[in-house]
Design a protein around this ligand. Structure first.
Ligand SMILES: Cc1ncc(COP(=O)(O)O)c(C=O)c1O
Ligand SMILES: [Zn+2]
Length: 421
């Protein structure tokens, strides 16, 4: 079995992280070297990747592979990244959702359907970048605490890289998410606790196991950059144009903040017109610490104990919660939340109108879009993109009581006629 260290050496030391130059503290702005760090040495604030971008053209990107590596110049990855085995996520479909738009009273609506990724959620994007960084940093094991989708993505990526994975999940996850992680053959630990307990345990283990890359803990600055590609793709698929409004689900808040970073970068690089856009966050009422802080006008996010069918979004103490508040306030958006019944209705609505079967996180996002329109918070005349970040086949229980055969009949024409259908 090969290991992470078997990766061929990069062309030059400088190229290991592409155009990334440093890690920058999001709290105090202090810079430090690119390395296996996630907290600022000055103030313990969270770190993110800083770059010196060269001139990047649309043609450079369009000439790249049909996956996230087409944006490699904008990610902390080496220039030959596309040649190294990974899960090659991205370039998922952006569909014009005219039926849903009509039903909600919107002019122009698109669904960014990230259920088309290798393990059927957007998490393949972040894990691919985390795996690339883990290789460069010399880690030997790929690990994570997960609410389900990340578990799938880490186990699959590690299998493809030929390395060990160790995944920690709360004990009460959906059966489909457990099986679709276990099938990849890594180590899967079910923990008697909720996600926030699992996350604490993972941080403790990360402190002990020097050669384990916990993708969303000790390599988080690299991992989170993967979400920028959702923003890049939407803009490219719109014909190199920024969307005017975007609705994004929020668990830890990493995705929403990095989509904002990606959209801003495109404007700065001259790849799109840097027109204003508005970002909205979506949560479940049963785990809505960021929506609550938004409504109450607070900058701090008070942790909650999650209780919702949207298990993938059930993070009671979201690491990037305050950054989500910054982004939505700066762009004129909002964070809203919806009930479990609204989530179920959101799944049905998207399926019935557009033929897209979302998991509960997608139900949250579509239901939140509806609520934002109904309450006048989202402008129905502006072009809007709503994210479906995961696949309904992983959360079948959410709709099991709502849908089924229209009728069950004997195999005769008469029986069919008798149904009146
Ligand atoms: C399907 C899905 N959508 C959205 C999210 C939210 O991601 P983030 O933690 O970056 O806010 C998750 C997180 O697990 C998820 O599984
Ligand atoms: Zn700092």
């Amino acid at each position: 079995m090969s290991t992470l260290l078997d990766t061929p050496p990069p062309r030059s030391a400088h190229d290991r992280f592409g155009n990334a130059r440093c890690l920058v503290c999001r709290a105090c702005g202090a810079e430090q070297e690119l390395g296996p760090c996630y907290a600022c040495m000055e103030c313990f604030g969270p770190l993110e990747v800083g770059y010196e971008f060269p001139r990047v053209t649309r043609a450079d990107i369009e000439g790249g592979p049909k996956n996230i590596w087409r944006y490699r110049d904008l990610l902390p990855v080496r220039s030959d990244i596309a040649t190294i085995p990974n899960t090659e996520p991205g370039y998922t479909r952006l569909i014009k959702a005219d039926n849903l738009a009509r039903e909600l009273g919107l002019q122009t609506l698109w669904v960014k359907d990230d259920s088309g990724n290798p393990t059927h959620s957007f998490k393949d994007r972040v894990v691919a970048v985390a795996l690339a960084a883990a290789r460069e940093l010399g880690f030997q094991v790929l690990a994570c605490p997960s609410t389900g989708n990340l578990a799938n993505a880490v186990a699959a990526a590690a299998a493809r890289a030929g390395i060990r994975s160790v995944v920690f999940i709360p004990h009460d996850l959906e059966r489909a998410k457990v099986l679709t992680t276990a099938v990849y053959g890594g180590t899967l630990i079910s923990v008697n606790g909720n996600y926030d307990d699992v996350n604490r345990l993972a941080s403790e283990i990360a402190g002990e196991e020097d050669d384990w890359a916990f993708v969303n803990v000790n390599v988080r600055p690299y991992y989170s950059e993967g979400s920028k590609t959702l923003g890049y793709e939407v803009a490219e698929q719109l014909g190199w144009r920024l969307p005017q409004q975007v609705v994004i689900p929020v668990a830890s808040g990493s995705q929403l903040t990095k989509v904002d970073k990606g959209l801003t970068e495109l404007g700065r690089l001259g790849l799109v017109d840097p027109l204003p856009y508005t970002i909205f966050g979506a949560q479940a009422d049963g785990c809505s610490p960021v929506a609550t802080a938004f409504r109450e006008g607070l900058d701090v996010v008070r942790p909650v104990r999650p209780d919702t069918i949207a298990k993938s979004l059930a993070i009671g103490n979201p690491a990037d919660g305050p950054h989500v508040l910054d982004v939505v306030r700066r762009t004129g958006g909002a964070v809203e939340s919806v009930t479990d019944d609204e989530i179920r209705a959101g799944i049905s609505l998207l399926a019935r109108t557009e033929g897209v079967f979302a998991e509960t996180a997608g139900g949250v996002t579509v239901a939140t879009l509806k609520k934002l329109v109904d309450t006048g918070q989202l402008d129905p005349d502006k072009e809007t993109v709503v994210f479906n970040t995961g696949d309904g086949l992983k959360t079948l229980d959410a709709i099991a009581d709502r849908v089924g055969p229209t009728a069950t009949i004997e195999p005769t024409y008469a029986a069919f006629r008798a149904t009146g259908l």
